[in-house]
Design a protein around this ligand. Structure first.
Ligand code: ZN
Length: 126
C-alpha cells in the first residue's frame, strides 16, 4: 500500500530521495510531522486524546491544544494526499515500528475501508 516509507539521511553522498514518483517529507518541519515524541502518543492524539505538553517535541511545547487540534484535523483531511504519494519520508528507519508513519498507515487503512461521503456540489443548499 502506498506510500512506501523511506528514510532520510544527512550522510554525505547518500541520496535518499527517489528520482521517480512523489515524495512527501513527513518530519516536523512540515504538516505531516509528529508533534509528539513517540508514535504511541501520536496514535493516542489521533484517537482524540489531548496529551500533556511534556509529551510534545520541543518545537510544539508552546502551542495551545486548539492549535494542535488544527494540525490533527489538517492531517486527517489530507490523508488522501499521503495515499497518492509514492513515498513518505521520515528520519526513522523505514521498517521502524516506532515511527509515526506507522500510525498514518493505520489511518489510511481505516480510511480505505470507509471512504469519505461524497461532498455536495458547491453552491447547492446555500
Ligand atoms: Zn519517523
Amino acid at each position: 500500500m502506498k506510500p512506501e516509507r523511506i528514510q532520510m539521511t544527512r550522510k554525505k553522498g547518500q541520496h535518499w530521495k527517489p528520482t521517480d514518483g512523489i515524495t512527501i517529507i513527513c518530519d516536523r518541519r512540515g504538516p505531516f510531522g509528529n508533534p509528539f515524541l513517540t508514535a504511541q502518543d501520536f496514535r493516542r492524539w489521533h484517537q482524540g486524546e489531548n496529551l500533556p505538553a511534556a509529551c510534545r517535541a520541543p518545537q510544539f511545547i508552546g502551542m495551545y491544544d486548539f492549535e494542535l487540534a488544527i494540525v490533527r484535523q489538517w492531517q486527517r483531511d489530507h490523508l488522501e494526499q499521503l495515499a497518492e504519494a509514492d513515498y513518505a519520508a521520515c528520519w526513522c528507519p523505514a521498517d521502524s515500528p516506532l515511527c509515526h508513519l506507522v500510525v498514518f498507515k493505520e489511518l489510511l487503512a481505516v480510511a480505505a475501508r470507509s471512504p469519505a461521503p461524497q461532498q455536495p456540489a458547491a453552491g447547492l443548499g446555500e
